[in-house]
Structure formats: structure tokens, C-alpha cells
Design a protein. Structure first.
Lengths: 275, 266
């Protein structure tokens, strides 16, 4: 027990305390910090750039969940359980999860570019205007395509594992009752996938809320600020401009927001369970 | 019984593989080729891009750096997570649920939040720009995950085994290493898969905590983009190479993969 607490304390608690500490002080030079209380928090909440990034972030996470969860379930249901091809499909589906995130960005960059990319060039051949570096809509489409490509596999694998634990008699009973495919899904599979789906939604919610690398490589947050999400904004503040106080206040709010959302989702699911 | 919808599966796999194929395609063409025309099948394939990576120390050392912190991270995570997972699965103690949830909240922390304090902490203790710094920083999210997965696997081992071992006069250490660990081999494999996955793919912390000597491959890739006017071919070749270790790991654990995902629970 002790080692885990030590390592986590080293890698989580000490840094977090430093952040909280910074968020309450005004630091011109490290020797003479000035205690400013909640001033940075007030400033952050009033900052229109923070709010804009937050709105974009919420939109992105909602879109990601709305596409990836249903698609992941469909993929998982169509995956074969046994046979020689089953492990091959599993490996193909798991591959995007193991590619470094900036390489994912690079792959989509060269895939979607209108001059050298297969996708971009094909769309251009069709006579459509497609340029993710100048058009906001195209940038969002490319980002969403990329995220779906990257992360639907996680949902699919989780659901696949959940489906594998449902025993055959359930299906046989459903078949005897003459259940349609939709009914089998709705009344046999969905209730048993509940806990797996909770995990899938939680993981995707957290991770899409923390997305940084892929848009950083693909669009650099542009065109303009159209794809600048919370992590990018924070990194610019902390490393680019070195605004320690506001960046720290931002960090604390950011972290609390994620924990709060996950907690709300989790506890509302659990409350339903109890009823 | 249930007819799988093949067209959807094949369509999805195609969607997964096409961008990867394009990456490989680019890796096999020279830069002037790439910029001048679009070839679905490379007309004059070349391995020059790969040769460039294997002969340029900046590239291959970056690979070594990445592998060394990933391996370090996996070892640290396993060593600290195994006893913790055992404790969570076998003992009830004051605040155990809270401690478990607290570990999980670390998984929710955006790496960007920890950027600055990590930078200062590791600079202060002289670990900055070493693989160990990155490995420790990645523990932030690999340790909670490892505890989570291993706890699931250990809880599936009946407690009566613990008691039998005790009655037989074995010490806890003997039971742990000789009986329990071999039984959850698959779980350990899956944990390695996840630690590897999250440490290998991360860029933000790895970039911030290294300067020159421990620079990982993912960072070298982003720097080539910004610096010397973009050699798409070499970039693509490096991309192909970064996918290979992942492929190897997933191939080894493919039989346990589905089971490993099923063990995850909140």
C-alpha cells in the first residue's frame, strides 16, 4: 500500500498543491509572491477566451460521444467471436489505440491535405472545396473524423468484452420468444452492457475533455481559434506566456470541472441502479 | 443465431486501415515524389527514408529514449500497483473506497494541468531531461489504471486460496509470488499493454520534461515539422516505426485483450 501512495503523492499531490498555491498568488519573481486570494479565478471566469474554449470543448466532447458510443456498439456487435479471423479483426481494431497521439495527428494531416493527401485529393477530385487549414467547418470535420478513427476502437473493445460475458441461454430464450434483432439488443444485451458502457462513456468524456496533441499537430488550434480547446489554451497560457497565476487558476477549474462531470454522470447512473 | 453485419465491419476496418496505408505509402516515396504527384501505389518505392532514420543518431537515439522511459514506467507501475491491488482486493480498511476513487481521479487529471509543477519539481531535484522523469510523470495515469485492472483480476481469485496457503504454512510472500502472480498472468499482460499504451502515446509531458539528451521520438517528430522545411517521407517513415512496438504488444496480448477489457470496472 505504501509504495503506491508514495509514487502517487510524488506525481500527483505535490504538483497539485503547487498549482493550488500558485493560483492564489501573484508572482512577478519567485522570491516575493503576493497573496491575491480568488482574484485569478474571478478573472478566468470572466475571460471571454476561456469561455469560448469551454464552449468549443463541450461541443467537441458531445459530438465525440454521440458518434463514438453508438458506432462502437455496432462494431462490437458485428465482430466475430471465434474463427481464424477473430484475432485479426481485434488487432486491427486495437491498432489506432497504440499509435502515439502526435503520429495520429500526422497521419491525418497527410491523409487530409488537399495537395498530398488521399482523402483531401479525392474530395478535391469530386469538385468540392475542402481545406482544413482555412475552413472552420472542414477543420471540425477532419478533427471529428480523426477522433472517431482514433477512439471508437476503445468503445468497441469494451463493448465486445461485455458482450462476450453474456451467456448463450439468454439468446436462445430470446430466439424462442421470436424476438427481433432490435429487441434482442434492447432487452438482452443493453441491460448487461450497462457497466461497460458507463466506463466507456466516462473514459471518452474524460479523454476528449483533455484532448491536446492531435489538434495541436493537425490544425494548431486554427483556423483562428476555431479548434483551440481547453488544454491548448492552458498550455499557451502556462508555457507560452508564462502567466503562472491565471494558468494555475485555470488548471484548478479545469480539473474540478472534469471530476465534477464524471461524478455527476457516475452518481446519476448509480442512483438509477438503486431504483 | 445472430448474423453479424459484415459490411459495417469491413467498412470500418477499411476506414481504419486507409490512413495507415497512406502513411506507409508516403514512407516508401521520396519527398520530391510526394510533393509532385499523387500515387495510390508507389511507382518507384524506396527505403531511403528508413535508412535516414537508422543512420541518423538524432532519430535512433530518440527511439531508444522513448523505449527506455516506457519500459521504466511499466516496471514502476507494476511494482507499486501489485501490492496495492492486492490490498484493495483482500482487505477492508478505513477509507478504502475513498482511496480507490482518489487514485482514479488522477486518471482524470488533464496532463496540461500538471505541466508547470512537474517542470519545476523535476528541475529542482535534478531529474529534468532524464527518462526517469518522464517515466515518473507518466505514473500519474498508468498507476491508477494498473491498480484498477489488477484489482479486478485479483478479486477473481477466490480468497480460499489465500487461506489454504496459510494453512499449508506458506508465508504471504511465497503465496503472492508463487501462487497468485502466476494465476493472474493474463492480467499482468493486459496491465503491461495499458501502461505501454498510455506511456508510449503521450506527447505533452514527454515534450515538457525533456530538452536534448532524453528527447523522445514523438518530440523529434514534431520538431522536424517546425524546423527544416518538412520532409514528409522521413516523417511518415518515423510514423510507421512508432506503430511497430504497439503492434508487437497488441499481438502478444490478443488472446487476453477481450478479457482484460471486461475486467475494467468503476
Amino acid at each position: 500500500m505504501l509504495p503506491v501512495v508514495l509514487v502517487v503523492a510524488f506525481s500527483a499531490v505535490i504538483p497539485l498543491m503547487t498549482v493550488v498555491n500558485y493560483s492564489l498568488q501573484d508572482i512577478f519573481d519567485p522570491e516575493t509572491p503576493l497573496f491575491v486570494g480568488f482574484e485569478w479565478y474571478r478573472e478566468t471566469l470572466r475571460d471571454p477566451r476561456f469561455m469560448a474554449a469551454l464552449v468549443r470543448q463541450l461541443g467537441f466532447s458531445a459530438a465525440v460521444l454521440a458518434i463514438e458510443v453508438p458506432l462502437g456498439i455496432l462494431i462490437a456487435r458485428s465482430l466475430p467471436r471465434e474463427g481464424r479471423l477473430a484475432p485479426v479483426f481485434l488487432v486491427v481494431i486495437a491498432v489506432p489505440l497504440l499509435i502515439p497521439w502526435n503520429v495520429v495527428g500526422t497521419i491525418w494531416q497527410i491523409f487530409a491535405r488537399p495537395d498530398i493527401g488521399l482523402l483531401g485529393a479525392s474530395i478535391a477530385k469530386l469538385g468540392l472545396e475542402f481545406n482544413y487549414t482555412s475552413s472552420v467547418v472542414d477543420a471540425w470535420i477532419t478533427l471529428l473524423l480523426m477522433d472517431v478513427w482514433h477512439w471508437t476502437s476503445l468503445v468497441a473493445l469494451l463493448v465486445y468484452a461485455g458482450l462476450a460475458s453474456i451467456q448463450a441461454p439468454y439468446y436462445q430464450a430470446a430466439e424462442l420468444d421470436g424476438a427481433s434483432r432490435w429487441q434482442v439488443f434492447r432487452y438482452v444485451e443493453l441491460p448487461r452492457l450497462r457497466s461497460v458502457l458507463v466506463i466507456a462513456v466516462l473514459l471518452r468524456l474524460m479523454d476528449s475533455f483533455m484532448i491536446y496533441t492531435e489538434p495541436f499537430v493537425l490544425t494548431g488550434g486554427g483556423p483562428g481559434n476555431a479548434t483551440t480547446f481547453l488544454s491548448q489554451h492552458l498550455t499557451i497560457m502556462a508555457v507560452g506566456q508564462f502567466d503562472l497565476g491565471p494558468a494555475a487558476a485555470f488548471s484548478v477549474l479545469y480539473f474540478l470541472l472534469i471530476v465534477l462531470m464524471c461524478w455527476l454522470f457516475y452518481s446519476s447512473v448509480m442512483r438509477e441502479d438503486e431504483q | 443465431m445472430r448474423r453479424p453485419r459484415h459490411w459495417l465491419l469491413y467498412g470500418y476496418c477499411l476506414y481504419l486501415l486507409l490512413p495507415l496505408y497512406w502513411l506507409l505509402n508516403m514512407a516508401l516515396r521520396s519527398n520530391s515524389d510526394i510533393v509532385s504527384r499523387l500515387e495510390v501505389i508507389p511507382a518507384n518505392p524506396t527505403v531511403a527514408n528508413f535508412a535516414e532514420i537508422f543512420t541518423n543518431p538524432v532519430w535512433y537515439q530518440a527511439f531508444a529514449n522513448s523505449l527506455s522511459y516506457v519500459v521504466l514506467n511499466t516496471i514502476i507501475s507494476l511494482v507499486v500497483a501489485l501490492p496495492a491491488a492486492y490490498t484493495f482486493s483482500r482487505y477492508r480498511f478505513l477509507g478504502d473506497k475513498h482511496l480507490f476513487f482518489w487514485l482514479l481521479t488522477n486518471r482524470m487529471a488533464p496532463p496540461a494541468v500538471f505541466l508547470l509543477p512537474f517542470f519545476q519539481l523535476y528541475s529542482a531535484i535534478g531529474l529534468f531531461d532524464t527518462p526517469l522523469a518522464v517515466a515518473l510523470a507518466h505514473c500519474l495515469f498508468t498507476v491508477p489504471l494498473a491498480v484498477w485492472i489488477l484489482e479486478g483480476f485479483m478479486s477473481a481469485v477466490p480468497t480460499s486460496l489465500d487461506e489454504m496457503a496459510r494453512i499449508d504454512g506458506h508465508r504471504l510472500a511465497y503465496f503472492f509470488f508463487r501462487i497468485l502472480l502466476p494465476m493472474i498472468r493474463g492480467g499482468i499482460g493486459v496491465t503491461v499493454f495499458f501502461c505501454f499504451m498510455f506511456s508510449w502515446v503521450e506527447l505533452l509531458l514527454a515534450r515538457t520534461l525533456t530538452a536534448s539528451s532524453a528527447k523522445p521520438i514523438v518530440v523529434v517528430m514534431t520538431r522536424t515539422v517546425s524546423a527544416s522545411g518538412l520532409d514528409w517521407g522521413v516523417l511518415a517513415a518515423a510514423g510507421v516505426l512508432t506503430i511497430l512496438p504497439g503492434l508487437a504488444v497488441v499481438w502478444f496480448v490478443r488472446r487476453h485483450l477481450a478479457k482484460g477489457f471486461a475486467m475494467g470496472r468503476v
